[in-house]
Design a protein around this ligand. Structure first.
Ligand SMILES: Nc1nc2c(c(=O)[nH]1)N[C@H]1C(S)=C(S)[C@@H](COP(=O)(O)OP(=O)(O)OC[C@H]3O[C@@H](n4cnc5c(N)ncnc54)[C@H](O)[C@@H]3O)O[C@H]1N2
Ligand code: MOO
Length: 405
């Protein structure tokens, strides 16, 4: 019995456990998932400081000539105290002297005898960056289960945190099955083709932060498949492609079955990718994808990515679609929920002009896909669709106006 896409995702989340923890220096933590809450231990800024190169003054000295005798630079540990009728020259980032009420930028002053004349409209606190206005000591900064990207690393560095607890990266083992397949570094005969699925899945799993072992390309024999399964068993997740259909040389399921695989689903109501299979051998999860390259790649996005996210310890493991408009009219065959690859350019979705489950080229020019309901045969230009992201960097041949409002 085939499961629905939602049932498949529920089974994935039910049977996938987070990885255990380790400690990493923050320089090596990019893309890792944090395994502890981080509370601020330092105010930021750590002290009231000047936002401008200018003069530290009293508000009551507006419109007056104030005497300037000292300068404070960023990094100075100055104990100057500002008194009425005086100004202290101060640089951006320098600690505000006691008694200072506001900063006047250099360009708003004019020279006068022994000092500068101030403008007539000074206000308390102007151009002073207050201690803790950015980050307050004691405030929660990061949560366990958050992905560490560049700007989360910024927060850790701002607190002087050198090492953090993270979840270990998922360890994925990959192999393909197919006696017709050769690796890209081997010679192909006229009746053979290159194995494109494994390099695709390897690159994509690495993009998602996994450590990946490429186990090889198995011949379509039970013995060779079993040898490949055995070599892959020390991983968190084995992903294979090929040999899951009903052909006379489709032995993938039998080979995994020989190791006692518990199967959670072995068919999904989806096109392409119906034979996609998910299960477990002891502590190792198994995702058997169909051999057809686009079926394998798209089902990896939908199911493989969810398994990897759940293993990685991330809190936000459900991938959100983006609602947008169809760029053009689109016809398709009704039947099962259909995955349609295409491109989202930031304002609409354009399906690939040419694609079929056995093709390899469509995904190179796509950045996303939509899932179309089983009864739908026609989507009109302008209809709202839900785009599932694969990779987004919106670019254009023409220069765009980038400014809002
Ligand atoms: N009688 C039926 N035949 C098929 C059915 C079915 O329901 N009844 N399902 C079709 C569907 S759907 C799919 S998908 C395929 C999946 O079959 P397999 O997983 O057994 O895949 P293979 O037969 O091994 O390969 C299919 C196709 O893809 C090429 N391939 C395989 N691996 C790679 C690779 N690593 N790199 C590049 N290309 C690869 C392979 O040469 C085949 O052309 O079964 C249908 N048949
Ligand atoms: O559904 Mo298959 O998975 O046609 O490519």
């Amino acid at each position: 019995m085939a499961v629905t896409i939602l049932e498949a995702l529920e089974l994935i989340h039910k049977h996938t456990r987070k990885k255990s923890l380790k400690i990493l220096p923050i320089e090596q933590a990019l893309s890792s998932i944090l395994a502890e809450d981080i509370i601020a231990t330092h105010n930021l800024p750590p002290y009231d400081n000047s936002a401008m190169d200018g003069y530290a003054v009293k508000v009551a000295d507006a419109d007056n000539c104030v005497k300037v005798t000292h300068t404070i630079f960023a990094g100075d540990n100055s104990d100057e105290v500002l008194t009425s009728g005086n100004g202290i020259k101060i640089m951006t980032g320098a600690k505000i002297p006691d008694g200072c009420e506001c900063i006047v930028p250099v360009e708003d002053t004019t020279e006068c005898y022994n000092g500068v004349t101030l403008p007539n409209n000074l206000s308390d606190g102007r151009h002073i960056r207050l201690c803790g206005e950015d980050i307050k000591k004691g405030e929660p900064l990061l949560k366990s289960g958050q992905k560490l990207q560049a700007h989360q690393i910024t927060l850790l560095a701002s607190q002087g945190i050198s090492h953090i607890k993270v979840y270990k990266r998922p360890h994925v083992a990959l192999f393909a099955s197919g006696s017709e397949l050769k690796m890209h570094f081997e010679n192909v005969e006229a009746y053979q083709l290159y194995n494109t699925n494994t390099p695709t899945l390897l690159s994509r799993a690495q993009e998602l932060g996994c450590e990946v072992d490429f186990i090889g390309t198995a011949q379509d024999t039970l013995e060779d498949l079993k040898a490949h399964v055995k070599s892959a068993l020390n991983s968190d997740l084995i992903i294979t492609s090929g040999g899951v259909s009903v052909g006379d040389a489709d032995f993938t399921k039998e080979a995994f079955g020989a190791f006692g695989m518990e199967t959670y689903f072995d068919k999904v109501e989806i096109k392409p990718g119906k034979p996609t299979t998910f299960g477990r051998i002891n502590n190792t999860l198994v995702l058997n994808l169909p051999g057809n390259p686009m079926a394998a790649a798209l089902n990896f996005e939908l199911f493989g990515q969810n398994i990897i996210l759940a293993l990685s310890g991330i809190n936000e493991k459900f991938i959100n679609p983006i609602e947008t408009k169809m760029k053009n009219d689109y016809r398709l065959k009704k039947g099962r929920i259909t995955l349609v690859p295409g491109s989202f350019d930031g304002s609409c979705f354009e399906p690939c002009k040419k694609f079929a489950p056995g093709m390899v080229s469509p995904l190179a020019s796509s950045n996303s896909y939509i899932m179309v309901n089983e009864g739908v045969e026609f989507i009109a230009s302008g209809d709202i669709v839900k785009v599932m992201p694969i990779r987004f960097c919106f670019t254009n041949e023409k220069e765009m106006n980038l400014v809002s409002c």
